[in-house]
Design a protein. Structure first.
Length: 162
């Protein structure tokens, strides 16, 4: 049996992240019906805290009105460029990173377009991590780590071609 080719792997990962992100957000909104700025302590170091994030990852660069649409257009453009890059790659680590970032970007884009804000809820502030985030944010961060790993692992190959 052939292994899944890297572009397909990245696409499947992106789809899985989008689905997981939206399912967890629906559970937060309609399952446990967590109100805005309310907190449910799950563990001594981890809580669920509902936040309406009008910015980008981890609540940076808050934007309303036209800013919402500018952030949405930017996210869509980045996702499209990364998808184009994904179609070209033959490296699994790169495909994994791109799939995670694409899935996370689209997951948050869905919120921003449909609600006007992104739903964030994972809260590790008791561990001195001040940001509240979601599945999509985590996927983007992990995806960037895989992109950096791919760069480090393949840097010699890139330099030889230049």
């Amino acid at each position: 049996m052939d292994r899944i080719k890297p572009p397909m792997l990245g696409g499947l990962i992106a789809a899985a992240i989008i689905i997981a992100d939206q399912i967890v957000k629906m559970w937060i909104l309609y399952g446990i019906q967590l109100p805005i700025r309310r907190t449910i302590e799950v563990l001594p170091f981890f809580s669920l805290t509902m936040v309406e994030n009008r910015g980008v990852s981890f609540g940076m660069f808050q934007a309303d009105g036209i800013g919402r649409w500018l952030l949405s257009a930017f996210a869509l453009g980045v996702a499209a460029m990364l998808a184009w890059w994904l179609r070209q790659t033959e490296r699994r680590t790169l495909a994994l990173g791109l799939g995670l970032v694409i899935g996370g970007a689209i997951g948050n884009l869905i919120d921003r377009v449909t609600r006007g804000y992104v739903i964030d809820f994972f809260d590790f502030s008791d561990l001195y991590f001040p940001y509240v985030f979601n599945v999509a944010d985590a996927a983007i961060s992990i995806g960037v780590a895989f992109l950096l790993l791919d760069f480090v692992l393949n840097n010699d190959e890139t330099e030889k071609k230049a």
